[in-house]
Design a protein around this ligand. Structure first.
Ligand SMILES: Nc1ncnc2c1ncn2[C@@H]1O[C@H](COP(=O)(O)OP(=O)(O)OP(=O)(O)O)[C@@H](O)[C@H]1O
Length: 710
């Protein structure tokens, strides 16, 4: 666990001046130091780790919460709408807010029915840093609820004043005026308190979510690569965006709405008994059976709603995949068939949505009707009580208003429980992610002085199978030595494990057996940050980020924001990228598009080479581009690569004869090991050798291609 620290502003003399804890509130796991202000002179600094980074056992306070177990009797979305819009029993405002298309993704996730106490404590612990703001919000909540619940009683008094003062107009005016002034004052206080409550709750919620998101993102980025082989990106993004929001909402908005609903329901029922015990007893006889029916119906409605959302999720998944791979869809001319596949999925959603709409219509029709019947019953019974002088008109009016409020509050309670449970469900998924310890730590281990690094690489008896395919070993007792400062070309048929060799060196995966060393040090003993800091990579399909060319090149440096423009230009020149970049209207500020889609293959390669040059690593792992670069591009890339390789230990996955010829040695991968290793000419001399066969095959293929072109 790491403490995230951020520099507090500009520094002087090339040193980080003040380090300030900014995220300690609720932030459990930071990834690394975020250095926001580092002077340019430090652009060549060797380590990305600051001594101030230190392990932190726990920053999350624990406290407890007891859960209110309440039943839910209508859909969450509808209930949420009702709690925020004080229109009780209004059937006309049926569930427009519950359209499946607007539901957050997590709504389709399982909502738990029971929650371990530990999870409850943890979720409450998230709110701990916000406790003062939340306490103030609850204070304002109490004020606004008190005003709301005293309003019907006082309004009843106003009505009674109007009706009972008789012909004494002056007395009536005086008492009416003073009552109205008092009420206006109370309403103003109530309004202001409510506004303050909402503001404080929203602010706390956003702060909790923001801290939680940083922690989750940090936790995701710390995981080993095999974790990403097993987990879908969309699923992780969902945790980061939707689940964090659900957790934040459930401990701020939802808790405050829930508490308000409990307080108002309790106060409302008490006031109903205070105003007229006999009418209150009559109402309480009608409500429980109606509520019971609504609970059963509501549950059924929710299960249909969930099926609709599952179907929608499938349609969305399909759309997402096809849109992000539009080039492939277009290349195969599959637009129309994809549209019809998507239409089938949306038809399925529509069928379920129709059923849901029908049930929902019935539900809201019936709840609206029962609400109105209840009001009518109150009026009827109240009218009789008035006729027998057991009740005044003001009391009846106040009673009716309390009935409304109690109705609204009960509707609010229904959402409170389900939202709370949803929050716990989302929380549990987040804890899994936050607590997951990566199989190997990111930032522990040996850090060697950079100037002592020679760059000798050695694989000794290495065995490896990918964690997701343990039954299919890629290497068995593979051994290979790459002396410091030499170029080793790696060749082999497709799938022989050339890229896997690179992944193992970068420690994206750990070998199952044997040992990989750099200058005699087992890479498992070395600090992975330090290790990767000294290894540069340029892959066949280099990945650029959707930002400017300048930022993409600067990404190679320890402190990208501190890289001097001249350093970027010089790296670009050495990578043969400067001229084409300057030819763009926006030069180095040109945005490269998603994954660098706005650049050609050769241009991307050269930007990636410039990025690697800026990193200035001792060891280089290259995957030569096989994609058809035109001869000019190929020459420029090749020249840039040669410049990049100078004075470094290089392992290059070679696809060109020229590269193989220029390498100090060639390793041929076959049958899960290095089958042959030696100089190019030496290996070619062995007529029965694998390398010779591979080369003949390549020559043969080239000849075939040449004939085909003729
Ligand atoms: N993340 C992964 N999980 C499981 N298996 C994988 C993974 N990556 C690669 N493989 C498998 O490992 C084997 C070696 O793959 P690798 O990419 O190292 O081969 P290669 O020699 O670089 O191939 P090519 O020349 O086609 O790029 C292949 O059978 C491949 O299917």
């Amino acid at each position: 666990m790491w403490l995230l620290v951020r520099t507090s502003g500009c520094t002087n003399g090339g040193y980080l001046s003040r380090l300030r804890l900014t995220q300690a509130r609720g932030l459990s796991q930071g990834l690394r130091l975020t250095l926001s202000a580092v002077p340019r002179r430090r652009s060549g600094a060797s380590s990305s780790l600051h001594p101030a980074a230190r392990p932190l056992t726990s920053v999350l306070p624990r406290s407890s919460l007891s859960i209110l177990c309440l039943h839910t009797f209508e859909s969450t979305a509808r209930a949420r709408a009702v709690t925020r819009t004080p229109v009780a029993f209004a059937s006309s405002s049926a569930a427009s807010s519950s359209s499946p298309a607007t539901q957050p993704d997590t709504d389709r996730d399982q909502t738990p029915t029971t929650v371990p106490l530990e999870d409850v404590k943890r979720i409450v612990g998230l709110a701990h840093p916000e406790r003062w703001r939340l306490a103030a919000a609850f204070g304002f909540l109490t004020v606004s609820s008190a005003v709301t619940m005293s309003a019907p009683f006082l309004l009843g008094k106003v009505i009674d004043t109007i009706y009972t003062t008789g012909t004494d107009t002056e007395a009536m005016t005086a008492s009416l005026t003073s009552l109205c002034i008092m009420l206006t004052g109370a309403f103003l206080c109530g309004g202001a308190a409510n506004a303050a409550r909402v503001y404080l709750m929203q602010l706390s919620g956003q702060r909790i979510v923001s801290n939680l998101r940083t922690s989750v993102f940090s936790s995701i980025l710390r995981q080993e690569v095999a974790f990403f082989d097993r987990n879908r990106t969309g699923e992780l993004i969902n945790r980061l965006s939707a689940d964090t929001a659900v957790v934040g909402r459930s401990i701020t908005d939802n808790l405050s709405d829930g508490l308000r609903a409990v307080a108002q329901a309790a106060a409302g029922v008490s006031m109903m008994f205070y105003v007229s015990p006999s009418l209150a007893s009559f109402v309480l006889m009608i409500v429980p059976p109606l509520a019971g029916l609504a609970v059963i119906y509501g549950r059924y409605l929710r299960s249909i709603s969930k099926r609709t959302q599952d179907a929608l999720a499938q349609a969305t998944e399909l759309a997402e995949e096809r849109i992000s791979n539009l080039r492939t869809v277009r290349a195969f001319g599959k637009e129309l068939s994809e549209v019809s596949t998507y239409a089938e999925k949306t038809d399925q959603v529509l069928r379920l949505a129709k059923k849901e709409a029908f049930l929902r219509a019935g539900f809201f029709g019936v709840t609206g009707l029962s609400g109105n019947i209840m009001i009518l019953s109150v009026l009827y019974k109240g009218g009789l009580l008035m006729a027998s002088h057991h009740m005044t008109v003001g009391e009846l009016s106040a009673f009716l208003m309390y009935t409304f409020w109690v109705g609204i509050s009960i509707a609010g309670l229904s959402s409170f429980y389900s939202e709370l449970m949803k929050g716990f469900g989302a929380g549990t998924r987040l804890w899994e992610l936050l607590d997951r310890k990566p199989e190997f730590p990111l930032n522990e281990g040996l850090v060697l002085p950079a100037d002592q690094l020679k760059g000798e690489l050695q694989f000794s008896d290495v065995s490896f199978a990918y964690p997701t395919r343990k039954e299919a070993p890629i290497f068995q007792n593979l051994s290979l030595l790459v002396p410091a400062g030499t170029i080793m070309a790696v060749v082999g048929s497709s799938g022989s494990g050339k890229s896997t060799l690179v992944s193992l060196l970068l420690r994206l995966y750990d070998s199952d057996g044997g040992i990989i060393t750099i200058d005699g040090h087992d890479i498992r003993d070395l600090n992975p940050y330090w290790l990767r800091r000294h290894i540069g990579t340029v892959s066949q399909e280099p990945v650029l980020f959707s930002c400017s060319i300048r930022d993409n090149i600067a990404y190679g440096a320890d402190f990208p924001e501190a890289v001097a423009t001249e350093d970027i230009y010089s790296a670009a020149r050495d990578a043969n990228a400067y001229d084409f970049v300057q030819a763009f209207p926006d030069g180095f500020d040109t945005i490269v598009g998603e994954k660098g889609v706005l650049l050609s293959g050769g241009q991307k390669q050269r930007i990636a080479i410039a990025r690697a040059l800026l990193k200035n690593p001792k060891i280089l792992l290259l995957d030569e581009a096989t994609s058809a670069l035109d001869s000019e591009n190929e020459f420029l890339v090749q020249e840039a690569l040669e410049r990049l390789m100078e004075g470094r230990t290089v392992m290059i996955i070679a696809h060109r004869l020229s590269t193989i010829k220029n390498a100090n040695a060639v390793a041929v991968l076959d049958q899960r090991r290095v089958a042959e290793c030696g100089q190019h000419t030496e290996l070619l001399g062995n007529r029965q050798g694998l390398f010779r066969k591979l080369m003949e095959k390549q020559t043969f293929l080239q000849e075939e291609q040449t004939q085909a072109m003729r």
